[in-house]
Structures are given as structure tokens and as C-alpha cells.
Design a protein around this ligand. Structure first.
Ligand SMILES: [Zn+2]
Length: 235
């Protein structure tokens, strides 16, 4: 059973085990934080422990994220990019009246002109991901709205370094990581349900887990697949 603690902008998975000493790990590739704690240790003491290690956690997270940045995409012809779990090859085409980016069969075609800098190519591809994600999220949100009897007022799609999503139940908003557009759509389904379940239960208590179990019996498997995959690169 995993409990989640929020320490500022860092979320920490806490697992209670039959052990003597508390143990902290930061996992590649996303810098996910996990604390294994003795069963008798209180959540408040675990929180204090995590706060005292926050500097260490952040240092290791930024190290992991900068390692990831060392193999950046170049947005070259025939480079692999993913959309909804499918691999596509990039094709660079001349600028035209067509939309700047088109998905056709096994290719994602960027109509940006050969001289376009990497940042421009990335921005055009990110536009595709943002558009696809918003479009796919709409029916999924509608489904969970009627299932959970809650309402979402706004969704935001953005780059997030260590999380797949977040929510603000008071403002009824949801934030989704742009990278979700690269994953199989069931991942988006799971993240949306998780964030909307927070409209009913703010923490990750047993009651929250109950809502997840009831609505998506295989959510643990989807979460595992999502967290084991690299955040950006999937080759
Ligand atoms: Zn959560």
C-alpha cells in the first residue's frame, strides 16, 4: 500500500515495510521519490524526514533530468517520435498551405521548411501533442464526470518534470503532462481518473484507492507501465 506525501512541489511515495530504518530513493528516469519506512513510523515523522532531505532529493532529481537532456531530440528526417504509443518517423517537408504538422500513416510530417531551427520544429510537434491531448481528454473527462458525479471547469496541458498530472479540486482544474500524448491512451484515461478522483478525496487514503479500484480495476498495472517508461524517450 503506497501513501503519497506532497512536500512543496515534490511528491513522495511512502511504503511501509517491516524494516528498522527509513530509506529514501530517487528513481530514474523521472526522479520519482520513494521512502520505505518502518511500520511504526508516523506519517508526520516521515514528512519531517523528507523535508530534511529535500535538498538531496532536488539535487538528484535535477541530475537525472539533466542526464535525460544530454540525449536531446534533433527533429531530423526519420527520427522516431511517438503519438499515443505508436512510433512514427519524422519527415521534414517544405512549408505549404497545409497545417504545419500532419500525421499520415507511419509518418509525422513537419511543414516547417528545411532551414527551421530545432526549437521551431519542436514547437510545431508540441503543438500537435497539445492539440491531440486536449482532444482526447475531452471525452475521457466527460466519461468520468458522469461516472464520479464531479465537474471539471478547465484543463491545462503543459510540460511537467516529475508528474503526469495534477489537479485543483477547489478550482475544478486539471493539469496534464504534455508527454501523455506519446503514451498509450489508457495512460491518459488513468491519469485523468486519478486527478478527478481527487475532487472526491483530496489525499491518497484508502478511500481514494477505493474510488480507483471501483472505476478502473487495473489502474496499478497502467501506473506501473507509465512510471517504468522513460518520460521523454521510448525507443
Ligand atoms: Zn494524486
Amino acid at each position: 500500500m503506497v501513501t503519497e506525501l506532497e512536500i512543496g512541489d515534490v511528491s513522495v511515495d511512502v511504503v511501509f515495510k517491516d524494516i528498522k530504518n527509513v530509506h529514501l530513493s530517487v528513481y530514474p528516469p523521472t526522479g520519482r521519490v520513494r521512502i520505505s519506512a518502518p511500520c511504526r513510523m508516523s506519517l508526520e515523522n516521515i514528512r519531517l524526514f523528507a523535508i530534511s532531505k529535500l535538498g538531496w532529493i532536488k539535487k538528484h532529481q535535477s541530475k537525472l533530468l539533466s542526464q535525460e537532456r544530454e540525449s536531446p531530440r534533433e527533429y531530423l528526417e526519420r527520427e522516431s517520435h511517438y503519438l499515443w504509443g505508436q512510433r512514427y518517423l519524422l519527415r521534414l517537408a517544405d512549408r505549404s498551405d497545409a497545417p504545419a504538422v500532419v500525421v499520415e500513416h507511419r509518418h509525422i510530417v513537419l511543414h516547417v521548411g528545411a532551414e527551421a531551427p530545432v526549437q521551431k520544429r519542436q514547437a510545431v510537434l508540441d503543438d500537435l501533442y497539445r492539440r491531440e491531448l486536449k482532444q482526447a481528454a475531452r471525452p475521457i473527462i466527460a466519461k468520468w464526470e458522469s461516472q464520479l458525479s464531479v465537474a471539471v471547469d478547465r484543463i491545462f496541458v503543459q510540460r511537467m518534470k516529475t508528474k503526469w498530472g495534477s489537479s485543483n479540486p477547489r478550482l475544478r482544474t486539471i493539469r496534464l503532462n504534455l508527454e501523455l500524448a506519446k503514451k498509450p491512451v489508457e495512460s491518459l484515461d488513468y491519469v485523468v481518473l486519478h486527478e478527478m478522483a481527487h475532487f472526491l478525496v483530496p489525499d491518497h487514503s484508502l478511500r481514494f484507492v477505493g474510488v480507483m479500484d471501483e472505476n478502473m480495476p487495473n489502474w496499478r498495472l497502467i501506473r506501473k507501465t507509465l512510471n517504468d517508461a522513460p518520460l521523454s524517450y521510448g525507443e
